[in-house]
Design a protein. Structure first.
Length: 99
């Protein structure tokens, strides 16, 4: 990336749901979408302006990632749902004891 993604108001599209979230970002690198083509990984999110990879998952495994700061929530708070998804994955895979 020449300048990277810095600041707030970066629109990111979730390819699984079609939802667009406004994100806060601070990175100067990105996963090349083509580099995951022959791997088990799946691209799950793209930055709308430049189509860079903003999310990955490993189908069938409790693994996902995003390339932005969901905790910052510069726009509405849609991205904070990722924390619930993560906690649900921990519960489903024995990483957290139910209280």
């Amino acid at each position: 990336m020449v300048f990277g993604h810095r600041g707030i108001n970066h629109p990111v599209k979730n390819l699984l749901t079609g939802e667009v979230v406004i994100t806060s970002q601070n990175h100067g690198y990105a996963v090349d979408v083509d580099s995951v083509e022959d791997t088990p990984l799946e691209v799950t999110a793209l930055e709308i302006n430049d189509k860079t990879c903003e999310g990955l998952r490993y189908p069938g495994r409790p693994v996902f990632s995003v390339q932005y700061h969901p905790e910052a929530a510069p726009g509405p708070h849609e991205a904070t749902r990722l924390f619930s998804q993560f906690i649900d994955l921990m519960h489903a895979n024995g990483g957290v004891e139910n209280a």
